[in-house]
Design a protein around this ligand. Structure first.
Ligand code: Z15
Length: 830
C-alpha cells in the first residue's frame, strides 16, 4: 500500500490462517517441523526438553487462529469486558490445559507414540509458572479460565516475574528457599511484544502551570522511567473456539534513560541503571496476606497497573473513543488492594493528560473500578506510608488527598462533624505513622466491594468496614469463590471424570450443577465400588509420583488425610500436629493397641513466607513429628506423616484426587473463603472443618451428615477473646492436650532436645492468637468420629459421592456469573 503499512486487504490477510489439520499424521508433521525448524534438532538427537518445547509450540499453533479471531472480533465489536488487575496468577502447567481446550489429547498422544515418545514424559518436563503465592493467585487463574470458557471478554493484567514463588526444600526438616528459575529451559507459552512497550515513571515532583486556555493545571515531572514490555499468554476457553489474553508486564531499562547516562560517560552507572529497572519484575514477593511495606513492592504495583491502564487506553480502545463512555466499555476488577494505585493513576491520566475536569474524571473512575477484598486479618490490610508514596508517586499522593478531602466532606454532610467517625473513615491514617489505607481508597472508588464467601462478606460489612457499609448502602456484595472444574476435576482426576460422564453424560464440565444427577448413584452399590476404585487408583498414582519425586511411599489401605495450603498460624497446622501427636501418645502409652488404630497417612503441603519465623518453626515441627512417628515401630506402620516439599499446583493435581479427608481447620472468622476446600469436595474427599469461610456453604450444600464440623463459631470466638483468652487453662484442664504439648516440650520429637520447639510451645501456651487450644478437644472428638465413620466404607463412599454431587455450586463459572450479574454487567460476546 501507498502509506507503507501492512496490506490488510490482501486476500490471505482477511482472516487468520486456518489451523493446521487435526489428524495424527498432520500433528506428527507439525511436531517434527517445530522440532527441526523451531528447535533446530533432529528427532534422533533431541532431548526431552527439545521435544517438550516443540510440542508446546505445536499445540499453541492450534490455538492461534482462534486467538487472532477472538482479538479481531473484540476490536470490531468493542463489547464491554473485564480487565482483571492482579499482582498474581498461579497458573499451573499449561500443556495439559491447552490439549484439553483443543481436544487434542488423544491425537497428540498417538502421534508422539509414533515418534517413540511418551506424552507423560513431555508433560512432566514442564515447569509450572508459579506467579502467585496461594489462594488469591490461583483464584485469578481459575477466573480467567472460566471467562474464556463462557466467552466473556477479559484481559488479565499482571506481572511477568522472572522468579515466581520460591522452590521449597527441607534441610534437616527446616525450610530452605531456592530461586524458581521457571524460564531457564525456555518459555514456549509466551509472546513478548517489545514493540508495544509502555513507559512507566516514578519519583520527581509536581508543578502547576497555566494551559493555553488559561486554566490552572498540574503536571507530574518524574525523575525516572522504565519500560514495561508486555508478554501475552493464551487463555483458551474449553472447546469453545475462544482464546482470551493474559498480559503480563516485564520491566526493562528505557533506551533513553540508558543513553543519557551512557553519553555522560558513566558506563558502569548505565549498566547499573539497567539492573535497577529490571529489578521491578524480578521476583514475586513471597508473603501471602502479610504485606511488608517494601518500596520495591509498591514499585511493582504501580508498574503493572500504570502499564495496563496505558495499554488499555492507548492500544485496546479505538483512537476516537469518548472517555466519558469508559464505564460502558470496561470494568477494572481490583484483586485485593495490590492494584489499588490504579485508582489515582486513572484520575491522573484523565485529568492531567486527557484534560478532563476533575469531577468528570471522578465520575468515570468510580464507574470503572470494583474491588474484591480477600481477608479479615487486620495485619493483611495494606497501607503505604505517606512518606514513601509521596516520594515514589508525588502526583498520586496529591490525588489521593483530594479524593479523601471530598469524600470526608460528603461524610460531614451526612453525619455532621462527627470527628471520631471522620477519623475512622479517613483514607489517610494518622497513626502509628501517616499512611494511605488502600482498602478504604478502593471502597470509596469502587462501584462495588465484594467479599469471597457469605460469612466473609457479612463480617466485612459488620466488622471490617461497617462505617462504609452504612455510608454506601448497596455497595457491598458477596461473590463466593469457585474453582475451575477443567483443571481440578477433568485434568486432575480423569478417572472420576470418566465415571461421571459414563453415569450422567457429557456437559457437566461447563454446567457443574449437573453433578446433582449423580445423587441417586450414591445408593448404587456397583457405582460406589467403582468410585472407590477411582480413589484407590488415584492413591496409587500419588504413590508413584511421591516415590519418584521424594522417595516416599503412600501406604496401601490407609485413609489419606490431607492438609495443603500456605503455612499460617490462623490456618492452624499446629492443631493438626496436636492430633497426630495425640494418636501417637495413645499408642505409645498403651491406651490404644496399634492394631486398633485406623491406618492413616497424613499429608502436609505448605510453604512459609521466608521471613515468617513462627511458620518456619511449625514446618520444622511437622517434619520432626513426622520422622519420629514414621520410625517408631510401636505404631506398626499405622500412622504415617508425609510432607513433600514445594507444594504447588502440579502437586495439588495429584494429591487432591487421592484424598479421603480434607483438613479445613482455620479459626472461625479468619479464612476469607478457602478454595482448596472446594477442590477436595469436588474430588470426593470428606471435610473436617470449622464454621469458617466457604466451609459454611460447603456444609450447607453437602449436608451436615456428610461433613465433620467442629469448633467454636465466629461469635463464640469473639466472646472468648473479649472475656480474655487464657490458653494455658486448656492445657491444664485437658490431660490429653497436656500430654501432647509435653511430648513436644520434653524432646520426644527432637532427640531429647527440650528447647528445639520452645517458640512453638511458648506461643501456644502463652499467646495462641488463633485459639488452637480452645478448639483442641472438639477437634479430637471430631477426628475420632472420622475414624469410626471410615470403618464403614460403604457409608463413607456414599457421603463422598454426595460431596461431589452437591458441590457443583463451587465452579468458578458460577462465580463469574455472579460477578457478571452483580458487578460487571459484561455478557458473553461471541
Ligand atoms: C491470599 O491468598 C488470600 C487473601 C489475601 O488477602 C492475600 Cl494477600 C492472599 C486468600 C485467602 O486467604 C483465602 O481465604 C481465599 O480463598 C483466597 O485468598 C481467594 O479469595
Amino acid at each position: 500500500p501507498a502509506d507503507g503499512g501492512p496490506n490488510r486487504s490482501h486476500p490471505l490477510a482477511l482472516a487468520p490462517v486456518s489451523s493446521p489439520p487435526v489428524s495424527v499424521d498432520g500433528f506428527v508433521r507439525e511436531f517434527l517441523r517445530e522440532l527441526n525448524f523451531g528447535q533446530g534438532v533432529a528427532l534422533s538427537a533431541s532431548t526431552v526438553n527439545d521435544q517438550y518445547l516443540a510440542l508446546a509450540r505445536t499445540v499453541r499453533h492450534y490455538l492461534m487462529a482462534r486467538w487472532l479471531e477472538t482479538m479481531r472480533r473484540q476490536k470490531e465489536t468493542q463489547a464491554k469486558g473485564v480487565a482483571y488487575l492482579s499482582a498474581e496468577y498461579l497458573l499451573g502447567r499449561q500443556l495439559g490445559n491447552a490439549l484439553l481446550a483443543t481436544d487434542l489429547t488423544d491425537i497428540v498422544a498417538d502421534g508422539l507414540a509414533q515418534c517413540g515418545i511418551d506424552i507423560a514424559d513431555l508433560r512432566a518436563q514442564e515447569v509450572e509458572p508459579g506467579l502467585g503465592n496461594g489462594g488469591l493467585g490461583r483464584l485469578a487463574a481459575c477466573f480467567v479460565d472460566s471467562l474464556a470458557t463462557m466467552s466473556v471478554p477479559c484481559i488479565g493484567y499482571g506481572i511477568r516475574y522472572e522468579f515466581g514463588i520460591f522452590r521449597q526444600t527441607f534441610v534437616d526438616g527446616r525450610q530452605v528457599e531456592q530461586p524458581d528459575s521457571w524460564l531457564a529451559l525456555g518459555a514456549p507459552w509466551e509472546f513478548p511484544h517489545p514493540d508495544s512497550a509502555q513507559e512507566v515513571s516514578f519519583g520527581g515532583h509536581t508543578e502547576t502551570y497555566t494551559d493555553s486556555d488559561g486554566a490552572e493545571r498540574t503536571r507530574w515531572v518524574p525523575a525516572w522511567t522504565v519500560q514495561a514490555v508486555p508478554y501475552n499468554y493464551m487463555v483458551p476457553g474449553y472447546q469453545n473456539g475462544r482464546v482470551n489474553t493474559l498480559r503480563l508486564w516485564r520491566s526493562v531499562a528505557t533506551e533513553r534513560f540508558d543513553l543519557r547516562i551512557f553519553n555522560s560517560g558513566d558506563y558502569e552507572e548505565a549498566v547499573r541503571s539497567q539492573t535497577f529497572a529490571e529489578n521491578i519484575s524480578k521476583v514475586l514477593y513471597p508473603e501471602d496476606s502479610t504485606p511488608q511495606g517494601k518500596e520495591l513492592r509498591l514499585q511493582q504495583q504501580y508498574f503493572f497497573v500504570a502499564a495496563s491502564i496505558a495499554d488499555f487506553l492507548e492500544d485496546v480502545l479505538p483512537e476516537d473513543f469518548d472517555l466519558t463512555k469508559l464505564p460502558e466499555r470496561i470494568i477494572f476488577q481490583l484483586n485485593d488492594t495490590h492494584p489499588v494505585i490504579a485508582v489515582p493513576e486513572l484520575m491522573r491520566v484523565l485529568v492531567d493528560e486527557k484534560g478532563l475536569a476533575w469531577d468528570t474524571a471522578w465520575e468515570i473512575t468510580k464507574g470503572c473500578f470494583a474491588y474484591t477484598c480477600h481477608t479479615l486479618l487486620p495485619e493483611a490490610l495494606e497501607v503505604w506510608s505517606v512518606e514513601l508514596l509521596g516520594r515514589l508517586l508525588p502526583r498520586h499522593l496529591e490525588i489521593i488527598y483530594r479524593i479523601n478531602e471530598e469524600f470526608l466532606e460528603e461524610v460531614r454532610e451526612r453525619f455532621g462533624d462527627d470527628e471520631l467517625r471522620i477519623r475512622r473513615m479517613s483514607i489517610i491514617a494518622e497513626h502509628p505513622e501517616r499512611s494511605v489505607r488502600m482498602a478504604y481508597l478502593a471502597t470509596v472508588a469502587g462501584s462495588k466491594v465484594n467479599g469471597v464467601a457469605e460469612l466473609h462478606s457479612q463480617l466485612l460489612r459488620d466488622k471490617v468496614l461497617p462505617d462504609f457499609n452504612e455510608f454506601y448502602p448497596g455497595k457491598f456484595t458477596n461473590v463466593t469463590n469457585g474453582i475451575t472444574p477443567r483443571r481440578f476435576v477433568r485434568l486432575a482426576n480423569p478417572g472420576l471424570s470418566e465415571l461421571i460422564t459414563e453415569s450422567i453424560g457429557v456437559g457437566w464440565l461447563t454446567d457443574l450443577e449437573r453433578l446433582r444427577e449423580l445423587e441417586p448413584f450414591a445408593a448404587d452399590e456397583e457405582f460406589r465400588a467403582r468410585f472407590r476404585e477411582v480413589k484407590a487408583a488415584n492413591k496409587r498414582r500419588l504413590h508413584a509420583v511421591l516415590t519418584e519425586r521424594d522417595g516416599v511411599s503412600v501406604s496401601d489401605g490407609h485413609m489419606l488425610d490431607v492438609m495443603v495450603k500456605r503455612l499460617h498460624e490462623y490456618k492452624r497446622q499446629t492443631l493438626k500436629v496436636l492430633h497426630i501427636i495425640t494418636q501417637y501418645n495413645r499408642v505409645v502409652s498403651g491406651e490404644v493397641a496399634a492394631a486398633d488404630l485406623t491406618p492413616r497417612t497424613f499429608i502436609f503441603g505448605a510453604k512459609a513466607a521466608p521471613g515468617y519465623k513462627m511458620a518456619k518453626d511449625i514446618i520444622h515441627l511437622i517434619n520432626a513429628v513426622g520422622s519420629t512417628v514414621n520410625n517408631d515401630e510401636r505404631l506398626e506402620g499405622r500412622l504415617k506423616v508425609i510432607f513433600p516439599p514445594n507444594y504447588n499446583v502440579t502437586l495439588a493435581e495429584k494429591v487432591i484426587p487421592a484424598a479421603d479427608l480434607s483438613e479445613q481447620i482455620s479459626l472461625a472468622g479468619k479464612e476469607a473463603s478457602g478454595t482448596g476446600n472446594m477442590k477436595f469436595a469436588l474430588n470426593g474427599a470428606l471435610t473436617i472443618g470449622t464454621d469458617d469461610g466457604a466451609n459454611v456453604e460447603i456444609r450447607q450444600l453437602v449436608g451436615d451428615e456428610n461433613f465433620f464440623l467442629f469448633g467454636m463459631l465466629e461469635p463464640e470466638v469473639e466472646a472468648l477473646q473479649a472475656a480474655g483468652y487464657v490458653p494455658s487453662s486448656y492445657y491444664e484442664s485437658n490431660p490429653e492436650l497436656r500430654r501432647a504439648i509435653d511430648a513436644i516440650a520434653s524432646g520426644v520429637f527432637s532427640g531429647g532436645d527440650r528447647h528445639m520447639f520452645d517458640s512453638v510451645v511458648g506461643n501456644l501456651l502463652q499467646e495462641d492468637r488463633f485459639l488452637a487450644l480452645a478448639d483442641y478437644a472438639a477437634y479430637i472428638e471430631a477426628q475420632d468420629k472420622v475414624d469410626a465413620a471410615y470403618a464403614d466404607q460403604e457409608e463413607w463412599t456414599r457421603a463422598a459421592i454426595l460431596n461431589v454431587a452437591r458441590s457443583g455450586f463451587f465452579s468458578s463459572d458460577r462465580s463469574m456469573r455472579d460477578y457478571i450479574d452483580r458487578i460487571w454487567h459484561t455478557p458473553p460476546a461471541f
